[in-house]
Ligand binder design. Sequence first.
Ligand code: SAM
Length: 231
Amino acid sequence: MNQKIYNRLLEIVKDYPHSLVDRDLLSLLVKYEFDAALSCSTRSAENLIVLTNLIDDKVMTNYFGGVWKQLEGDGPSDEKRLTARIKELKPRTILDIGCGENHLKRSFPALTGLDPYSAAADIRKPLLDYTTGQKYDLVLVLGSINFGGIEKIIAECEKAIRLISERGRLIFRVNPGISHSSDESRWIDFFEWSPSFICNLGHGLGMKVERLERDRGGRIYFEWSALKPKQ
Ligand SMILES: C[S@@+](CC[C@H](N)C(=O)[O-])C[C@H]1O[C@@H](n2cnc3c(N)ncnc32)[C@H](O)[C@@H]1O
């Protein structure tokens, strides 16, 4: 869950207790604070967690559906270096989770790009809603498992691991919690990844860290492969 939005909603309800019964007032306040217009049917004053998730979805759609731009700079996840690395690994199948503009598809036409907020995606779904019997030799997670609380991050990592084939591999770029500069991203809850979290979570989920490198803009690049071949 997006804790930033939830905490702000609690403050709003404390300042305006009547907003819990006056749904029009709550809608006005939510629009003012989060720039999120919620239709009558989705206004849910009864459950602030439900409301938090609805606002979070609006904030993410607004930001990643049009405002977000890739960082400039050099690092292991740059398109050129990453393309060379992928060719070295020779995957037969690739899933790009949170593919954004789906640029890697230019070099790997058979790649599947998954992204709930991008019109360029092959499949427009959030990772946790993606169901398939397919396994992928390579799963890319470039900046896309980074939003919300630790329970969501772990569930998404487990899901990404379930999607790799027997000797498959995951390539990640993660943000250690650095906020983006644009105003539209102010309510996004960036998870604070760290080298210790990468190693310990990986170990807990049966994954070995194959590479761990600094990436552009203070981001971290790493690769996970299964400690034992998956069954
Ligand atoms: C920082 S951008 C990176 C985009 C792209 N991977 C790149 O490196 O250029 C994060 C991407 O993750 C996507 N994303 C956010 N939440 C997601 C989710 N639950 N499942 C899949 N993709 C998600 C966003 O829409 C956005 O395109």
